[in-house]
Design a protein around this ligand. Structure first.
Ligand code: GLA
Length: 739
């Protein structure tokens, strides 16, 4: 079994990793080890070895060597001699801020229970095991349960914590992280995925140094700017070799990922809800459950880390109804029409799209209230009768009549001042008393912490799902929270707002996905502003970025792939000149980038030339023929667009059996008289022989991986390239040849 217990020592084993902790002499929990799997032993004297350090407090007078600041702690408290940032912090009614959680008991169970009210992982397999460690602080009468679930085959451990007030007094929980890890050295690079709107999840890699390095969000959403996915890798670790720890948080709101490097060169990693703007009043009997943190380790490089974590999300987080299901090729009218459409325009687009093999039509913003621009109507989720006089159900029936699926855009969490909803319920808007409201995209946030709001939205959305038989919903969120405050909460609970807001969002998502299990949700937040595991638990795919430019998308999708599998990434071909960059790229290149995700088109196909339509038809057919490989194949990053001058990027997908693969190499600008470029493939079987489509040779897998494939320079005579040699893409379709 994956969890081995012996006398106050707990050894969590996955196929390739070990995580070991123990009860220390002071009754609190200490960490021993996390890394490559090691033998189970009754004790590990070397892992507890310590030296006495000068000028720092010790636990007891007679134990000068037991110094909290030098301990590897499992879930550290504040104020008792460990001066690193703690995992939690509690204030008692008398104003004191000290807690001591002593180990009481453990529980082991097969499988895993979901968390109530929060997105969480699940397991049906017998080989998944959950360990709960119960701890108690007798002074404040608080119990702490630390939960660990071990997923052996993906080398993943999921952690969370819950606090229960068993006493008679109300306590304040000021900080409640999901996971703490104390690594014995800090010789790692911090890999974060940072950016902005239209430039999401660019890789930033920098060595750890003394002090605290942190990323996080206080925007009420996980954000475009930073992502909860984080990696710590040895400086020599690359895509195919070396050690790396992967971390993520199953949460969509304010988060914190932090690494603190202390005076002794150790690294403390804390992951959880951002303690800024957080506080939770724990009344007698009440429990607070943190979101789940995901931890994973490999010594086989970053591709392996992304693959094992991605496989874990697909098996144990994403709705099983959709996880492996083929995602439809869609057309979305947003960049094609923006707000300017009527039924005839939409059905014309749908009808042309159908002829090209597209499978779903998605009606984006502008179909409700009286919305002709972004200043009005959010909250009024009824059809804009002047634009669509026959209603949404009628339009949906027409689209369904063309044998296309039909999807609809909502932005449930928002409200416009110019809306019937605001006129009826101004108190539903997030607003601080006596303060001006700060607008964002001309709109305001609705108070998801108010259960009446959740009920209202459920009523509106479920009605449309039923009336129009929706197959898909794009759930957008186009601004961040300001003046965070809910009139439904007393003053003493206002610091709960940001988390209660998220609980309201999750409740609405949970109710809709439970009651309408066949509706596919795609999450969105001005593109990729909430591309996180909390959303993925309900919406199996997300709109990766509002930036549809093929060159920009290279970095965005490459960066995103470190933390998330490609089947979570919505990727569309749009018209040129591109609306975000003005760049003109060949339609083949736009498609070659979008293939490595959930393919869609986002343009007015009725305006496409005959040649463009022919190209789209060919692309859709090609994608469908290889859909499983593109969406579910093992994804390998080959050449990083973040390396060097960023002129080249390449990646590859490989089928589970290693028999089929597609690789793509993208080149931004074409330079004259170039070096001899080779593309080194990955994930093939060394002894298997393969053919590359359009090439007469037969290659062994080891040859393609180690010797690589020659990529000839683009020049006048190159077939298929007619206009510019810039912004090019080469696709290699690789299939095993029967032995
Ligand atoms: C956001 C989304 C876009 C589109 C618009 C509609 O920006 O990211 O895809 O839906 O809103 O207003």
């Amino acid at each position: 079994m994956p969890i081995l217990v012996q006398h106050h020592q707990f050894h969590l084993q996955t196929d390739h990793t070990s995580y070991i902790l123990q009860v220390m002499e002071n009754g609190e929990l200490g960490q021993l080890y996390y890394g490559r799997r090691i033998h189970d032993r009754t004790s590990y004297p070397d892992l507890t070895a310590r030296e006495e350090h000068g000028a720092i407090p010790a636990w007891r007078l007679n134990r000068p060597d037991f110094q909290p600041e030098t301990l590897k702690q499992e879930f550290a408290s504040l104020g008792k001699g460990d001066y690193r940032d703690p995992a939690f912090q509690i204030t008692s009614p008398d104003g004191s801020r000290i807690s001591e959680f002593h180990y009481v008991a453990y529980q082991l169970e097969t499988g895993k229970q979901r968390l109530a009210g929060l997105p969480s992982t699940f397991a049906t397999d017998d080989d998944v095991q959950t360990l709960t460690l119960m701890l108690n602080d007798t002074v404040s009468q608080l119990t702490l349960a630390l939960q660990y679930t071990v997923f052996p085959h993906q080398d993943v451990i999921v952690r969370s914590a819950s606090f229960t007030n068993t006493g008679q007094q109300t306590l304040m929980l000021n900080r409640a992280m999901s996971s703490q890890l104390d690594l014995p050295d800090a010789n790692y690079d911090f890999m974060q995925f940072s950016g902005s709107w239209a430039r999401e999840r660019h890789l930033v890699r920098s060595p750890l140094h003394s002090g605290t390095q942190r990323i996080g969000s206080l925007r009420g959403a996980s954000s475009h700017q930073q992502n909860p996915a984080m990696i710590l890798a040895r400086s020599t670790t690359d895509e195919d070799h070396g050690s790396a720890f992967g971390f993520n948080l199953i949460y969509s709101g304010n988060f914190l990922d932090q690494v603190e490097v202390d005076a002794f060169g150790t690294a403390r990693i804390l992951i959880g809800i951002n303690p800024e703007e957080f506080g939770w009043q724990l009344t007698p009997g009440e429990q607070f459950q943190t979101p789940e943190a995901v931890l994973s380790y490999t010594d086989a490089g970053l591709n392996q880390l992304s693959q094992q974590m991605g496989e874990f999300y697909q098996r144990h987080l994403v709705n099983p109804h959709f996880a492996q299901a083929p995602r439809p090729v869609l057309i979305n009218n947003w960049e094609g029409t923006y707000f300017n459409f009527d039924e005839a325009k939409l059905t014309a687009i749908a009808s042309d799209a159908k002829k090209l093999g597209i499978e779903m039509f998605v009606l984006d913003d502008g179909w409700f209230g009286h919305r002709d621009d972004d200043t009005t109507s959010l909250g009024d989720w009824d059809v804009y009768a002047q634009k669509l006089p026959n209603g949404i159900a009628h339009l949906a029936a027409k689209i369904h009549g063309m044998a296309l699926k039909f999807g609809l855009w909502f932005e449930p969490e928002m409200i416009s001042i110019d809306s019937d909803l605001y006129r009826a319920h101004p108190e539903w808007t997030v607003k601080t008393p006596h303060r001006e409201m700060t607008p964002g995209r001309n709109q305001f946030v609705i108070d998801m912490a108010n259960p009446a709001v959740v009920d209202y939205l459920y009523g509106k959305i479920s009605r449309l799902i039923e009336d129009a038989h929706l197959d898909y919903i794009k759930w957008d969120m186009n601004r961040n929270i300001t003046e965070a405050y809910s009139p439904t909460l007393p003053a003493s609970q206002q610091l709960e707002f940001a988390h209660r807001y998220m609980l309201g969002v999750y409740q609405l998502y949970g109710r809709l996905t439970t009651d309408y299990p066949d509706v596919l949700f795609e999450s969105c937040a001005s593109g990729g502003g909430r591309f996180d595991l909390g959303m993925m638990a309900y919406a199996p795919q997300a709109w990766t970025s509002d930036d549809t430019d093929a060159v920009e998308r290279l970095k965005i999708q490459f960066g995103t792939s470190y933390g998330y599998p490609q089947t979570m990434m919505g990727a569309h071909v749009s018209a040129v000149p591109n609306d975000q960059t003005g760049r003109i790229t060949p339609i083949e290149t736009r498609a070659a980038v979008a293939y490595f995700g959930d393919l869609g088109y986002e343009l007015d196909v009725t305006k496409c030339s005959t040649a463009e339509k022919a190209a789209i038809k060919t692309q859709v057919a090609f994608y469908k023929a290889h859909r499983e490989l593109f969406q579910q194949g093992k994804f390998y990053r080959l050449d990083s667009p973040f390396a060097g001058d960023g002129n080249v990027g390449s990646w590859q997908v490989v089928s589970a059996d290693g028999q089929h693969a597609i690789a793509a190499r993208y080149q931004v600008l074409n330079h004259p008289n170039p070096a001899y470029n080779r593309l080194y493939l990955r994930g093939l079987q060394a002894d298997q022989r393969y053919r590359i489509a359009g090439n007469d040779h037969v290659y062994y897998g080891d040859e393609l991986m180690n010797a690589g494939v020659f990529i000839p320079h683009l020049q006048d005579s190159t077939e298929g390239i007619e206009e510019s040699f810039d912004f090019s893409a080469r696709l290699l379709v690789i299939d095993a040849v029967e032995k």
